[in-house]
Write a protein that binds this ligand. Structure first.
Ligand code: FAD
Ligand code: NA7
Length: 487
């Protein structure tokens, strides 16, 4: 049957999920083509092959977060005896930072291209869409159309940032698509949205020395453990990030000096006005399914969010699959897209049967003091099992490296969400502190191996680390005892 079509698999979208599936499929002998095309942001920002994570997501975000942490470290270093002349006047060179970040991104774009060539995946730089269930058309940069046929099609087009429907938003606002290559320093910045992208962007901007304000419509980090979310927000506030709660922007106006006048409304309906140099919208992302002409293939989307509700990555049309951010109610994370893409390719071309497990996926919010977690939040655990069946162990801790520079450790906190009965299975782990992602990653494996609270307690720690605090925790919330460290 394969001969009936030019390709065994055509992948729409060369990002985390699409590329992982394409490479895995070719390794297993399939003939694969990948369509990837980036529509410039309303501000004109565009980028190369590799998708969101590499170009305008995880990678540049982590680099800017690291730049902010280093600024902090410069000051701490003096407490350890480093002699840094004029340490008080240390400041960031935005252009040097964005150049360094973009150089790295471009090097990854290049490596990605070479890898595809080596693996014999055909890369087509065109905006793909369905002409019929097995025929894909792609409009290339020069306007010409490339048409191919495929036995199977994988939709991995990801998403792009939303803009609010208010005057001036699209003209004068920016999003995470623009911030990592912004040609001028962002200056005083309003970040609209308190999801993880909003917190991370405001966090690194503040750490880099820019005045940052977060406008919160309702709560911080919807979907995450709210106690932990509020701890990282408090920490950000202590570090100088401003928060405007229960507020929404109404309009953006460009002023003669280039600054942006933001009209916003508070919870009582009062209108306020403030001036910013940059307004960054981080109000969620929309799946890029509109351009795909899915109706030509008969693929359904969820009407409310235009995402695809696939079962084991298979859409309602059996030979059309989907992975990554485009999926309905699945974590929008790079390793999730990659893992699902690889497993799907192995099932399609390697006779494998393993299905993607979307539960207990660990994640980290790279806020100035990071928050890493895996499994259920306290609220979710209580909602599922009932308060009487859940035990919450918690502790504040003091990282050794905080003592000499006398860093504020008052929000270094962790908690373990466990069942109370029989084996005391661990349902969730939450950690606020430095390197939270590094701390949580290994524990995520432990949870996959059915970690119980007694097993956690029988684990010998590595001293002196912050991760060992998980092996020392023994105070329950129920006991009402003070979880602050005694020394
Ligand atoms: P994408 O990587 O978005 O790739 C889709 C590709 O398809 C894009 O190149 C797009 O231009 C292209 N495309 C779209 N439509 C078409 C079409 N019709 N034809 C051809 N090509 C098309 N995740 C983490 O795990 N950790 C993090 O720290 C993290 N930080 C993030 C920070 C930010 C600021 C953002 C925005 C995201 C972050 N994410 C993070 C999320 C992560 O980037 C995404 O989950 C991941 O990139 C999704 O992969 P994907 O394959 O679904 O789509
Ligand atoms: P999220 O996590 O969906 O968060 C969006 C935030 O923006 C959230 O705080 C929303 O508040 C807020 N929001 C949404 N719409 C508006 C409008 N119209 N006005 C003001 N505020 C608004 O999106 P992110 O962009 O942070 O990240 C999306 C994913 O990409 C994330 O899961 C990562 O994995 C990668 P709400 O709580 O709804 O009141």
């Amino acid at each position: 049957i394969a001969d009936q079509y030019q390709y065994d698999l055509v992948v729409l979208g060369g990002g985390s999920g699409g590329l992982a599936a394409a490479k895995q499929a070719t390794e297993l002998g399939a003939k694969v083509a990948v369509f990837d095309y980036v529509i410039p942001s309303p501000q004109g920002t565009k980028w190369g092959l590799g998708g969101t994570c590499v170009n305008v997501g995880c990678i540049p975000k982590k680099l800017m977060h690291q730049a902010a942490l280093l600024g902090e470290a410069v000051h701490e270093a003096t407490a350890f005896g480093w002699q840094i002349p004029e340490v008080k006047s240390v400041k960031i060179d935005w252009e040097a930072l964005t150049t360094a970040v973009q150089n790295h991104v471009k090097s990854v774009n290049w490596v990605t291209r070479v890898e595809l060539r080596n693996k014999k995946v055909e890369y087509i730089n065109a905006l793909g869409y369905f002409k019929d269930p097995h025929t894909i058309g792609g409009i290339m940069k020069n306007g010409e159309e490339k048409v191919v046929t495929a036995k199977n099609v994988l939709i991995a087009v990801g998403g792009r940032p939303n803009y609010p429907d208010i005057p001036g938003a699209v003209e004068y606002g920016i999003t995470s698509d623009d911030i990592f290559s912004l040609s001028k320093p962002p200056g005083k910045t309003l970040v609209v949205g308190a999801g993880y992208i909003g917190l991370e962007c405001a966090g690194f901007l503040n750490g880099l020395g820019y005045d940052a304000t977060i406008m919160v419509r309702s709560i911080i980090l919807r979907g995450f453990d709210q106690q932990m979310a509020n701890i990282i927000a408090e920490e950000m506030e202590t570090r100088g990030v401003h928060f405007i709660y229960q507020a929404k922007p109404k309009a953006l106006e460009k002023q003669a000096d280039g600054s942006i006048l933001v009209h916003w409304v508070d919870k009582d309906g009062q209108i306020h006005k403030d001036v910013y140099d940059t307004v960054l919208f981080a109000i969620g992302r929309k799946a890029l399914t509109k351009d795909l002409k899915l109706e030509n293939a008969g693929v359904f989307v969820v009407p409310e969010n235009e995402k695809i509700d696939a079962l084991n990555e298979q859409t309602n049309v059996p030979h059309v699959y989907a992975v990554g951010d485009v999926l309905h109610k699945k974590p929008e994370l790079t390793p999730v897209a990659i893992h699902a893409g690889k497993l799907l390719a192995k099932r399609l071309y390697g006779n494998a049967t393993e299905l993607m497990d979307y539960t207990n996926v660990a994640t980290t919010v790279f806020s100035p003091l990071e928050y890493g977690c895996v499994g259920l939040s306290e609220e979710q655990a209580i909602a599922i099992h009932g308060e009487d069946s859940i035990e919450i162990y918690h502790a504040y801790y003091k990282p050794t490296e905080f003592f000499v520079p006398q860093k504020d450790n008052s929000r270094c906190y962790l908690k373990v969400v466990a069942l109370r009965n029989n084996d005391q299975k661990v349902l969730g782990l939450h950690f606020v502190g430095p390197n939270a992602g590094e701390v949580i990653q290994g524990f995520a494996t432990a949870i996959k191996c059915n970690l119980t609270f007694p097993l956690l307690k029988s684990t010998v720690g590595i001293h002196p680390t912050i991760a060992e605090e998980f092996t020392r925790v023994n105070i329950t919330k129920r006991s009402g005892m003070d979880p602050k460290p005694q020394s």
